[in-house]
Design a protein around this ligand. Structure first.
Ligand code: PAF
Length: 287
């Protein structure tokens, strides 16, 4: 699809909504790519997916305070708006929505969106309130950008499942598109948080994708027992110094419920601390 509007940056939520309404009135198909900035090749691949599907691509950059716990990395989360826009624009972004926190959460705001069961396990267990923060900000971004479709990365597998569920449950009428995980040449999943890793930790972090690859190889050879696949995925992580497993679990790919054997699509999902940096990775196994 053609780039149809001159590039602009909007910071005011009301102005964003008015602009989106105009675009809709003009019959434009709008895609939104919500991000917290610190863009890497994974994000750029999402923008390219959006570009292929829409007349107008809106990139949102907002480090959302409500999805960070009190002891998490909100204040040190990497921020580089100028660099992000320089990387994103050649990929086909038409409009960047970059509000500040006070504009998105005016004093007195007290409404949260909560997706229940899907938000309980995995990251939800170790980051209470995180997914309510995500669902709430994504709802607000959808209301302000009025997209026909929205693109999210599959690296945040549980987040994507929750957003899909929310969109179905609350009749948003927005198509949710998942973008495949983009990996570094050594297998590490791209993540804004990789920037926190020292050179040595960067090498250690290979244990996550190595574990997933070991489990994948066993699955391809016919292993279907969940405990055996999880043990294979954990082995390289347990052997790597300076790592701490938050979780490594094999669950139903849609409902995220625990499974004992892989009889239908399942996701092997992990969150692992490398030093103080918590990294996510996953792989879907389809029998
Ligand atoms: O995946 C992210 O970067 C964030 O969780 C999101 C979806 C932009 C909401 O703040």
């Amino acid at each position: 699809m053609s780039v149809s509007v001159p590039f602009e940056i909007i910071r005011d939520p009301a102005a964003m909504r008015a602009r989106a309404e105009d675009l809709r009135r003009d019959g434009k198909v709008i895609a939104v790519v919500p991000t917290m900035g610190a863009l890497h090749e994974g994000h750029l691949s999402l923008i390219r997916l959006a570009r292929a599907r829409a007349d107008v691509v809106i990139l949102t950059i907002f480090v959302n305070p409500t999805q960070f716990g009190p002891n998490e990395d909100l204040s040190r989360y990497p921020r580089d708006e100028a660099g992000d826009l320089a990387r994103a624009r050649p990929c086909g972004v038409d409009l960047a929505f970059c509000p500040d926190a006070a504009a998105m959460y005016p004093a007195g705001a007290q409404t949260f969106v909560e997706v229940r069961e899907l938000a309980q396990p995995l990251c939800g267990a170790s980051r209470p309130g995180h997914f309510a923060g995500v669902a709430t900000i994504v709802t607000k971004l959808f209301h302000l950008t009025r997209p026909h479709l929205a693109v999210f990365g599959e690296k945040d597998y549980q987040q994507l499942a929750i957003i899909r569920r929310m969109v179905r449950d609350l009749d948003f009428g927005i198509e949710i598109v998942g973008g495949p995980i983009v990996r570094e040449p050594d297998g590490i999943a791209m993540s804004s948080r990789n920037a926190y890793l020292s050179a040595a930790e960067r090498v250690t972090a290979r244990a996550l994708s190595a574990g997933l690859a070991a489990a994948q190889a066993a699955f391809a050879a016919g292993e279907r027992d969940a405990a055996a696949l999880v043990a294979l995925a954990k082995a390289p992580i347990l052997a790597a110094p300076g790592t701490r497993i938050d979780y490594v679990e094999l669950r139903d790919a849609d409902a995220l419920t625990p499974i004992e054997r892989v009889a239908r699509p399942a996701v092997l999902a992990m969150a692992v601390f490398v030093g103080t940096t918590r990294l996510l990775d996953n792989r879907v196994f389809t029998p």
